[in-house]
Design a protein around this ligand. Structure first.
Ligand code: M6P
Ligand code: ZN
Length: 186
């Protein structure tokens, strides 16, 4: 990958990328709150929830970036989202939104939660110790760029097990509700 690339500002898409990751509902089974709703959808379809187009500069001190295309939709009343992760080492991340509307949900390991509106032109700093998840609360794809240190590392485990402290659901529009984690009880 060369040092220069191109983003189409109107679509938000990259001209070149090193790899694309596709996440379907079946890849996010453990992440949505309403497991019954997940299984009901999976009976006859496995929708694409998001794609991540990565550009990686893998040398000491390098930065990488990715464009994420997060589809609109819901599982039960919970809006489609990215898995969400902590960084394995202390590292911040910058988001720039090109299309769509959503909420960037972030929280640290003590559960301190900070949310940011995502809309075309919004530019957001994710602090180093905060897990981050993008949520598409709109009706069109949410497309954004994220820039982060290549060696930041994606730590998915704690989010996969416990989820975030808040869910973003449609209750006459996007609403933040406390995650009671009752879906985790056996
Ligand atoms: C952003 C960045 C990427 C991340 C992607 C999808 O583009 O934070 O590093 O991979 O969102 O999020 P996740 O990896 O949590 O599914
Ligand atoms: Zn990250």
């Amino acid at each position: 990958m060369e040092n220069i690339n191109e983003i189409d500002f109107s679509s938000g898409f990259l001209k070149e990328y090193k790899k694309v990751q596709e996440r379907r509902l079946s890849d996010l089974r453990e992440y949505f709150y309403d497991k019954k709703a997940v299984e009901n959808i999976l009976v006859n379809q496995n929708p694409i929830i998001y794609r991540v187009y990565d550009v990686i500069y893998d040398y000491p001190g390098g930065l990488s970036y990715s464009v994420t295309e997060l589809m609109p939709g819901k599982v039960g009343n919970e809006y489609y989202f990215t898995k969400g992760h902590f960084h394995s080492k202390s590292a911040a991340e910058i988001y720039i939104v090109f299309k769509g509307n959503g909420i960037l949900l972030t929280e640290n390991r003590s559960g301190d939660t900070k949310t940011y509106n995502m809309y075309r032109g919004s530019t957001i700093n994710v602090e180093p110790e905060y897990a981050h998840r993008s949520v598409n609360t709109g009706t069109t794809p949410l497309i954004f760029l994220a820039i982060y240190p290549t060696d930041a590392g994606h730590d998915y485990e704690s989010i996969k097990e416990r989820g975030f402290s808040y869910l973003i659901v449609d209750k006459n529009g996007p609403t933040l509700i406390k995650n009671d984690r009752k879906n985790l009880e056996k």
